[in-house]
Design a protein around this ligand. Sequence first.
Ligand SMILES: [Zn+2]
Length: 102
Amino acid sequence: MSPRTRRELRKYLIDKLGGKCSRCPETEYLQMDCIKPVGPAHHRMFSDRRYMFYLSQLQAGNLQLLCLPCHTNKTREDVHAKRGFRVRYASECHVKQSAKNT
Ligand SMILES: [Zn+2]
């Protein structure tokens, strides 16, 4: 069975990617991330097209799940890397800080 609706597609992608953030144990607030940055163009796509894009990235082996704080960190690292800075990973675990009181 191939996923048809956007919700199915999202669930399908999350299942395929292991259902958790690839950097920490977070299993909620997950977002798709292209391991090798491919530019921001897909962020302006409508949702359906964006998920088709993510599907193609999955098939190319260039997709991972990141929770919101990890995704923010990675985006920052990508920007720094582009400028030629050495990237140092945050040693502190953000999970403790991320509010779970919603
Ligand atoms: Zn995370």
